[in-house]
Ligand binder design. Structure first.
Ligand code: ZN
Length: 580
């Protein structure tokens, strides 16, 4: 905290109650704020039951909120009420930890109001109306007995019909892209009600009457979802809303979601600069490898072609489509061993990581992801979800596997698992602040995973091999180009052709990967910037911290302290670690 403010507050408190110690008063303000946070979180779960279930708080598992105008009004009232309570605290009187929580709560509430009133994706994104995940999470938790979970599911199922009627009412001008996504994802969600819940019911100790009700309600849910799919397919939408959201919504969404010290345009400019730097480094690396791999081939004059040819040469080293998942499983213990040996960060051996095939209801956007247990479920499994290649043709699978070749697959595992997302989320759940665990900042989370890729290589992962570095640069270029692509598409109206040119010719991606990324940028906004923005902020912080600590700087200590603040925006962690 600013020393001037401490002195000022101290003086004011002394004046107000001359016999009291100002430090003691400061503690009282933090106590009051802690109580406020408790009230707020308790109310939050009542307001958002599905969110509660997803973080492992199960008091409201039986409630499915119907997304109608009453609900919208309640959301706005809730947010305004808690914003008002929040404003009654003097920010500068709070501890550093509570100050960050104050910012996070404020941002969350203001975002909710903005999303509800201005962004209004409920009217144009039908994929938001997917209840598969919310039911699955209750079915799959191990936090309480399956019979009680099924009883909650029985009650929750009652509202599915009304839920989809409200959804139909809300959809006024959907984009074509989000409509297609909804149709495909809802098709996947059906299996939760056709198979997963009925099978769990059959195997449970519920009595016959209870079993009959749940099976009947599952049938009704299937009918309601199918009804919604039919509604979307039949929708006459001759002038669909374009999927790119335009400058005004984009800048505001960037500010709300990323919470960075950079503006959207500033990080876009940094990304353009980084792309240039990487092309130079990649050219040098490719030229150094040329004699070893392409000795007799004449070196092309165009530097991007030189890089492309070397990447193509190295990319043929990849696993078979059938062993993709098992290869990932094999690499995890090796990464743990390396980190121990180099003393880079403590990894808690009591929290296992389970590699699994991506559940059907998740399919559609990303290829690999981590699902972590929420802060109320510290003993739950962390899953590494791997997208299936089962539906790919031989050519598609080859393209995908060339992209995730033997080098890149290791970097993917660093990013998703160790010491990337999995490690960070374990630390986040141990963070003393529930608020920071709950309002996880996407840019900090993705930035950490991207940062660890470089950090592992800086510490001689795979013996500093030039092949690995070249492939790393290619992978890193992907984060950089994610930012350029997202900004260009949503703000500068970049065309599909230009986008594919950027991804395939300047970022050296395989066609399947590039098309997948284009699909993703047409379905999401801003999120693709989180990787490079978070990375840039964390790297800047590490270098500044190194300077501050001088000879006493220890990488392991930096990592553990950085992660100890929970998934807070990097700008607030920087404030805590460096002072203002
Ligand atoms: Zn990630």
């Amino acid at each position: 905290m600013n020393r001037f403010f401490i002195a000022l507050i101290g003086a004011m408190l002394m004046a107000a109650c001359s016999n009291q110690n100002p430090e003691k008063n400061k503690v009282n303000i933090d106590d009051q704020f802690n109580q406020f946070k408790e009230r707020f979180v308790t109310a939050l779960w009542k307001q958002y039951p599905s969110w509660a279930s997803s973080v492992g708080f199960h008091d409201y598992d039986s409630i499915l909120t119907i997304p109608n105008s009453i609900e919208k009004e309640a959301t706005l009232l809730f947010s305004q009420k808690y914003l008002d309570s929040l404003q009654s605290f003097d920010l500068n009187a709070l501890s550093a930890n509570n100050k960050t929580d104050f910012y996070l709560i404020k941002n969350n509430l203001e975002s909710t109001i903005w999303y509800t009133k201005e962004f209004d994706s409920g009217s144009w994104n039908p994929a938001e109306y997917n209840i598969g995940g919310s039911f699955s999470e209750i079915l799959n938790t191990n936090q309480y007995a399956i019979e009680d979970r099924l009883r909650n599911i029985t009650i929750k199922l009652k509202n599915v019909g009304a839920y989809y009627e409200a959804a139909k009412n809300n959809i006024t001008n959907p984009t074509k892209e989000h409509t297609d996504l909804a149709v495909s994802q809802l098709g996947g969600a059906l299996s939760v009600f056709e198979t997963d819940i009925p099978e769990a019911t059959k195997a449970s100790k519920l009595n016959e009457a209870e079993k009959n009700i749940i099976v009947e309600r599952c049938k009704n849910a299937v009918a309601a979802i199918n009804g919604f799919i039919e509604f979307l397919k039949a929708l006459k939408n001759e002038h669909p809303r374009p999927f790119n959201i335009g400058k005004d919504l984009y800048f505001k969404k960037f500010e709300m979601d990323i919470q960075s010290k950079f503006t959207a345009n500033e990080i876009y400019q940094r990304a353009l600069k980084r792309k240039k730097e990487l092309h130079l480094k990649m050219y040098d690396a490719a030229m150094a490898l040329w004699p070893k791999y392409l000795g007799k081939v004449k070196t092309p004059t165009d530097s991007l072609t030189v890089i492309r040819l070397m990447i193509d040469k190295l990319s043929v080293n990849h696993t078979h489509r059938d062993s993709f998942q098992s290869e990932i499983e094999k690499q995890i213990p090796k990464l743990i061993e390396f980190i121990k040996q180099k003393d880079l960060i403590y990894i808690d051996p009591s929290k296992p990581l389970v590699v699994r095939k991506e559940p059907a209801y998740m399919q559609g956007v990303a290829g690999a992801s981590i699902s972590s247990p929420g802060p109320y479920d510290k003993n739950g499994n962390t899953y590494y979800n791997v997208g299936t290649l089962a539906n790919y043709s031989a050519a598609e699978a080859e393209s995908y596997l060339k992209e995730y070749n033997d080098y890149i697959l290791q970097i993917l595992n660093i990013h998703e698992a160790i010491p990337g997302h999995y490690t960070q989320l374990v630390y986040s759940n141990n963070s003393p602040s529930l608020i920071k665990s709950l309002f996880g900042n996407g840019a900090m989370i993705e930035g950490w995973a991207v940062y660890t890729e470089l950090m592992m290589l800086e510490n001689d992962y795979v013996n500093n091999s030039p092949e690995m570095w070249l492939m790393y640069y290619k992978w890193h270029l992907r984060s950089v180009c994610n930012t350029i692509l997202d900004y260009s598409i949503h703000v500068n109206n970049m065309s599909e052709k230009e986008a594919l040119n950027l991804l395939m010719n300047e970022a050296f991606q395989q066609e399947a990967e590039a098309r997948g990324k284009y699909k993703r940028v047409s379905l999401t906004q801003v999120q693709l910037c989180s990787y490079f923005t978070g990375f840039t902020e964390i790297y800047d912080l590490r270098e500044a911290f190194k300077k501050k600590q001088g000879n006493s700087f220890k990488l392991k200590q930096f990592h553990e302290q950085f992660l100890s603040y929970g998934s807070a925006p990097v700008k607030y962690i920087s404030e805590a670690m460096l002072g203002k």
